[in-house]
Design a protein around this ligand. Structure first.
Ligand SMILES: CC(C)(COP(=O)(O)OP(=O)(O)OC[C@H]1O[C@@H](n2cnc3c(N)ncnc32)[C@H](O)[C@@H]1OP(=O)(O)O)[C@@H](O)C(=O)NCCC(=O)NCCS
Length: 195
């Protein structure tokens, strides 16, 4: 495979092999840059069921901070078409309280392209990069708990995440937080000195 073909994603219309991420859609996964800021925010705005006004403001701040600071432990990717239209966005950052844990941030796929493998491709890209970091132990997602029938839960479970807890009314009264988490390394045996 040519180097330039490595990051091409698949989704050519017909029956697409979701696991084979190298042909379809004619999209390219690439690093987030300033020129993709507006398109990325438009993509977040499009996801009305997932993100509200506050989220959009916060996303803008986070993405702008990422462009300013170039921190090694915050990285966003976009999926763009040949006209540089943003069709997917996903990023990760490092948890302040536990630096071996990374969180998934501002994850969204254009509504018209959802459920065709793009979200999985973005997630895989992030996981591959985190696995290269020797200290990265776990990846976590903070989401809004819409119950067990939520496609989001199906999505994360499909990609090996577990539902590991939650906080009632975290996002506002009646809007519970749910965590999906996935280990990036096998668990070490912990000896409990008290037993
Ligand atoms: C979550 C999201 C990024 C996933 O991207 P995607 O490109 O749709 O996901 P993929 O096509 O790679 O994965 C599809 C799998 O996810 C689940 N899924 C995703 N969307 C679904 C839908 N609308 N209906 C049913 N299942 C769905 C299914 O398990 C599906 O696999 P299956 O068909 O083999 O069962 C996308 O749905 C999205 O942008 N949602 C709105 C924003 C959001 O909620 N972001 C996450 C905040 S934590």
């Amino acid at each position: 495979m040519k180097e330039s073909e490595k990051n091409l994603i698949n989704t050519e219309g017909e029956r697409i092999e979701k696991e084979n991420k190298t042909e379809l859609l004619g999209l390219e996964l690439t690093d987030f840059e300033e020129k993709y800021l507006t398109g990325s925010l438009d993509l977040i705005k499009q996801q009305e069921e997932a993100f509200d006004e506050n989220d959009i403001r916060e996303a803008k701040e986070d993405l702008e901070r990422c462009l300013r600071n170039h921190e090694r432990d915050i990285h966003y990717f976009v999926a763009k078409d040949k006209a540089d239209q943003i069709k997917g966005l996903a990023g990760y950052g490092r948890e302040e309280l536990s630096p071996e844990v990374y969180y998934l941030a501002w994850f969204a796929v254009d509504k018209e392209l959802q459920n065709q493998g793009l979200g999985g491709a973005l997630l895989k890209k992030i996981e591959e990069e985190l696995k290269e970091k020797s200290q990265a132990r776990q990846i976590i997602v903070r989401a809004w708990d819409k119950g067990p029938d939520d496609p989001l839960e199906r999505f994360y479970k499909k990609f090996g995440f577990e539902k590991t807890g939650g906080i009632p009314d975290y996002w506002g009264d009646g809007y519970d937080l749910i965590f999906f988490t996935k280990r990036l390394k096998p668990k070490k045996e912990v000896k409990n000195e008290n037993h």
